[in-house]
Design a protein around this ligand. Structure first.
Ligand SMILES: [Cu+2]
Length: 439
């Protein structure tokens, strides 16, 4: 899909530029209109339906912890302070003006925005491609592949060999009507070794039709369980990804990585390495995004290097509450996520309730869940009784971490790092009801 320009392509581009300047395009329209005209009217006068969400694909910078072991690859000498690492990624540009959307080029985030849909409801997600600021030579298209979606038609699958992909400056609207509740992941499927590794990965959930029923006090469930066994009070997504610094440096420096040299320098949860995993979330509600006057993400004071890594993986809860951990792995290696001193009940795997065909309960208790690349799992734990706090803090702390040692340090630097976060348990009534995941 990495296309080489021919003279004919250059003529087409020149024609497209002239046409766009005139407010109309003369190019064949096998895809949607250019993003300069956000909504179209068809020949019968009907207005196109506005998308529920609008994402943009582009490149950008994120901040990972220092390591003395990786010169010249980390930090990248081209990265503007306080950032360290070049990425490709997505941003939520829903509701922004055309100028604001354009401003988000070179401002990708990792992980990509969380989003969710209700079982049976239609979700329209429009995607545009702003191009890569650092790599104008790479005219790659991008797609949004909802990994594991069981009822997709090829047109909306995002797998570019059998479907369409989104070239630079074009729009395409994916239409989903999910039937299977659970935890999923999504990623760009164009040049996917590279684009997935570079950061075009995120999480998506489907909320069950059972939500709102009274099996469990909160009325919130992971699945249509019929008995409240997947009811929860709080939910936290945990997307596992990896950074091989040399590959990211190669992409910013117009070099080609040799992928058979792949290794994990940084294991990330939701795009961050410990201890940054504990920092608060920025804007994570896709349907009510908070942005500045330019439409850009707003950094949390004191965590400016995490401006484009807005999703925290700090788990906070009151004693006695049920907490849903939604795990997904879009690294290339297996993870073994462990809760130290807590047992989780695995209630779902790969967006499937743990029930046999005769409705036998196949959920199980464990403190470690293994996740191969492309797998997801839903785990629920009940927060234990408050024991008076630890280390002078008004909460008890339990570690949640990947047992794979290659994922537990920041590029070999001494001490904890990588895919590790904390579960903090407060006394009853301390924390208000959770309204947005990962907050
Ligand atoms: Cu892509």
């Amino acid at each position: 899909m990495r296309k080489t320009f021919s003279r004919r392509d250059l003529i087409k581009i020149a024609g497209g530029t002239v046409a766009a300047a005139a407010g109309a395009s003369l190019l064949p329209r096998y895809l949607g209109k250019g993003w300069l005209s956000p909504l179209a009217t068809n020949s019968a006068g009907a207005q196109e339906i506005a998308p529920d969400l609008y994402f943009a694909a582009t490149d950008g910078w994120i901040g990972l912890p220092p390591s003395p072991a990786l010169p010249p690859y980390h930090p990248d000498d081209l990265a503007p302070a306080p950032f360290t690492t070049y990425i490709f990624g997505f941003r939520n540009v829903t509701g922004l003006t055309v100028d604001q959307v354009r401003y988000q080029k070179m401002r990708a985030q990792h992980s990509a925005p969380l989003f969710w849909a209700d079982e049976g409801a239609t979700l329209r997600l429009q995607l545009t491609n702003l191009g890569l600021q650092m790599r104008p030579d790479l005219v790659d298209a991008h797609t949004l592949h909802w990994h594991g979606f069981r009822h997709v038609i090829p047109f909306f699958d995002g797998e570019p060999m059998g479907s369409v992909s989104v070239p630079i400056d074009r729009n395409f609207t994916y239409v989903f009507r999910p039937r299977d509740p659970g935890t999923y992941m999504y990623h760009c499927h164009v040049e996917d070794i590279e684009h997935v590794h570079m950061g075009m990965t995120g999480m998506v959930f489907v909320r069950p039709a059972q939500n709102g029923q009274g099996f469990y006090q909160s009325g919130r469930y992971a699945y249509n369980d019929g008995d409240g066994s997947t009811g929860y009070d709080r939910e936290f997504s945990m997307l596992l990804t990896e950074v091989w610094s040399e590959a990211h440096w190669d992409d910013s420096h117009i070099q080609l990585p040799e992928w058979t040299d792949y290794r994990v320098d940084f294991g990330l949860i939701n795009g961050r390495a410990y201890p940054d995993t504990l920092a608060p979330s920025g804007s994570v509600d896709p349907f009510n995004p908070v942005r500045d006057a330019n439409g850009d993400l707003i950094p949390t004071p004191g965590y400016e290097h995490l401006q484009y890594q807005p999703i925290s993986s700090l788990v906070t809860c009151n004693e006695g509450e049920r907490v849903l951990l939604r795990f997904a792995n879009l690294g290339f290696t297996e993870g073994a996520m462990t809760t130290a001193g807590l047992k989780m009940r695995i209630v779902g795997r790969d967006a499937t309730l743990m029930r046999g065909i005769t409705d036998v309960d196949t959920s199980y208790l464990t403190n470690t869940i293994s996740l191969g690349a492309g797998e997801s799992a839903d785990a629920i734990f009940t927060a234990p009784a408050y024991r008076g706090g630890s280390n002078g803090q008004p909460y008890d702390t339990y570690l949640l971490y990947n047992r794979a040692t290659t994922h537990g340090s920041n590029a070999g630097t001494a001490g904890y790092g990588g895919q590790m976060t904390e579960i903090r348990v407060y006394p009853t009534g301390t924390l208000p009801v959770q309204t947005v995941p990962n907050t």
